[in-house]
Design a binder for this molecule. Structure first.
Ligand code: FEO
Ligand code: CA
Ligand code: CA
Length: 582
């Protein structure tokens, strides 16, 4: 018999059904409105959006970037705030006046680069309580794939970071494929570089690269973006060290539009999803980090110095120095739960030595994936977002899916219990005695997504998955102040076969105590739902609708009619002004 969870006292809204409609649906008593869409101007003098795709790079550089993703809310005062938002990638089929398959011009490459990165803009709440973008704010800023940045930490200035254009190895240009995010208690924004390999290519058919580079997917034939055609640093044959300058967590001061973003190499280089930061009871800053690729790993950073709650200025460089760890899970006999340990990735320890190919700590960090393999880390089903419960005792991570589970090198077991895992799961762990700096933890699975209407056993999902709340590929994840867990999906939206009845991508809410999961919102056609930020009063939530109508799927969101679909941030509130989710 299936034991259903107790009804939640945390969640007070009525679930919405699965949807295949081209709309954004929220529960009864809630209202959702677009805040900003790709191409809307945010800098003074930037032109309005033009659907023709003929606007140039300079126009895009003053407008909201494409593919809205992770975002954070930074209050300025009661009714004003800054939103810092990642613009992960582009949809060439909509960005240009053509579908992006022909040879791009220099301005088109620059436009593509300008549509990536981060957008920071002020929002204001009017007398009716509605949040709107203030396009004239001096705070507004675009950070793109060519904004000057600084590398900090143990890998900065290393020989592997030096290029012809930057012999210091400390001054990279830009950030791109900024997936999810984090924020610090000292008021900075963390943006995480994910699939950076896609932007490097070469006119040359094969460029011999060491295995430690190909491990990240780098190869000459990745030509979809075409940046190498007009920006030579993206040509692997000419500048093989350039990709070492990407794949980092970048710290940005959103309050100072002139501040140089800092790439924090102490947090390791991989395909970063988000950065979930917490303060350990000891005072050390702990950041949990997923590496989103099949069979890659889950990491933890612990700062060397301690957080000073009385002097935020003193905390500004806490992420510059510390220790990186990677997770190894073990399971109890016959159970999908068990223990785990964090293994230190420090040069000279755990086999991370010159004999094994790691000359120094910079190499351990630049090639963190190889280091993780060297120490025997657990291969995971694509670690996406991590979220720390507000009680600071439990941590959750989405493992989105992994069709390769069960193949060589990726054995079934532990928190990855299903071969050919097309549904994904959410792993949860409790640091030993509540100490995030401890090397030990206990874990279980909070949810295994599945389809109880078409599958049996483990593929039907865990007990808290029903015909009414099913979904696949959990990805975005976050807690609100009351401890409701919010889950966003980036899954298959065919609504057929093993995905029948799941509809479009969606956002769900879960009660971590009872395990109940309830669908809160559904997105338009061919979108992903990703990125969430709550106002401090918890009465507004900002939700990202990414790439509606991707690959020319028939979406016209949010404009309707015959309009071009555009990535859009939705503002969601209750008609009665109450707390979201309650
Ligand atoms: Fe950008 Fe792993 O999602
Ligand atoms: Ca994601
Ligand atoms: Ca994903």
């Amino acid at each position: 018999a299936v034991t259903r969870p107790e009804p939640s006292k945390l969640m007070g809204f009525k679930a919405v059904p699965a949807s295949t409609a081209d709309t954004f649906v929220v529960p009864e008593g809630y209202v959702a409105k677009p805040l900003i869409s790709w191409g809307d101007p945010i800098l003074k003098g930037a032109p309005a959006f033009d659907a023709s795709g003929t606007q140039n790079a300079a126009a895009q550089a003053g407008q909201f970037g494409d593919n809205t993703d992770g975002m954070s809310f930074f209050p300025l005062d009661e009714d004003r705030a800054l939103l810092a938002v990642n613009n992960e990638y582009i949809n060439p089929e909509y960005l240009f006046a053509h579908q992006g398959k022909q040879d791009l011009t220099a301005d088109e490459v620059k436009k593509s680069q300008a549509a990536h990165g981060v957008s920071i803009f002020e929002i204001r709440r009017n007398a009716k309580g509605e949040w709107q973008v203030n396009r004239d704010s001096d705070h507004n800023r675009r950070i793109t794939a060519y904004t000057p940045m600084e590398l900090t930490g143990p890998a900065a200035g290393h020989a592997l970071m030096k290029t012809a254009a930057d012999p210091s190895g400390r001054k990279p240009l830009g950030t791109f494929n900024n997936c999810a995010n984090g924020e610090t208690p000292w008021g900075t924004y963390l943006t995480c570089e994910e699939n950076f390999h896609k932007y490097f290519a070469s006119a040359q058919d094969d460029v011999a690269l060491p295995a430690r580079d190909t491990r990240y997917g780098l190869k000459a034939g990745n030509r979809d973006y075409q940046w190498y055609r007009h920006d030579e640093r993206f040509d692997l044959a000419k500048h093989p060290n350039e990709p070492h300058r990407f794949g980092w967590v970048v710290e940005i001061d959103p309050m100072d539009p002139t501040a140089t973003p800092k790439k924090r190499t102490a947090l390791g280089r991989f395909k970063h999803e988000n950065a979930a930061l917490t303060i350990d009871p000891s005072g050390h800053v702990v950041v949990y980090l997923g590496d989103d690729e099949r069979g890659e790993h889950l990491y933890k950073f612990v700062s060397k110095a301690k957080y000073n709650p009385n002097n935020q200025q003193a905390n500004r460089d806490l992420l510059e120095e510390g220790t990186l760890y990677v997770a190894r899970f073990s399971a109890n006999d016959g159970e999908i739960k068990g223990q785990g340990e964090w293994i230190e990735l420090t040069h000279g320890k755990n086999g991370l030595t010159a004999e094994n190919g790691f000359a120094d700590q910079a190499e351990v960090l630049i090639f963190a994936r190889e280091a993780a393999t060297q120490v025997g880390a657990t291969t995971m089903d694509r670690p996406e977002w991590v979220a720390v419960h507000p009680d600071n005792k439990a941590v959750f991570c989405t493992l989105t899916n992994n069709k390769n589970r069960g193949k060589e090198g990726q054995p079934v077991g532990g928190p990855n219990p299903r071969a050919k895992n097309n549904y994904g799961q959410i792993v949860r762990w409790w640091p030993h005695q509540g100490n995030h700096v401890d090397s030990r933890f206990d874990w279980d699975l909070f949810a295994m997504a599945g389809n109880p209407t078409v599958a049996e056993g483990l593929y039907a999902g865990s007990d808290n998955i029903t015909a009414d709340n099913m979904f696949n590929s959990p990805d975005g994840l976050g807690f609100d102040a009351a401890g409701r867990l919010w889950i966003q999906t980036d899954g298959k939206y065919s609504n057929e076969g093993e995905f029948a009845g799941m509809g479009n991508n969606q956002m769900l809410c879960a009660d971590p105590q009872t395990g109940e999961i309830r669908r809160f919102a559904t997105g338009p056609i061919a979108c992903e739902i990703t990125g969430l930020a709550f106002s401090p009063d918890q009465r507004t939530v900002f939700i990202g609708v990414q790439h509606p109508g991707e690959e020319l799927a028939p979406s016209h969101f949010p404009g309707g009619g015959n309009s071009k679909p555009r990535s859009t941030i939705m503002v969601v509130q209750r008609e009665d002004g109450g707390v979201i989710g309650a």
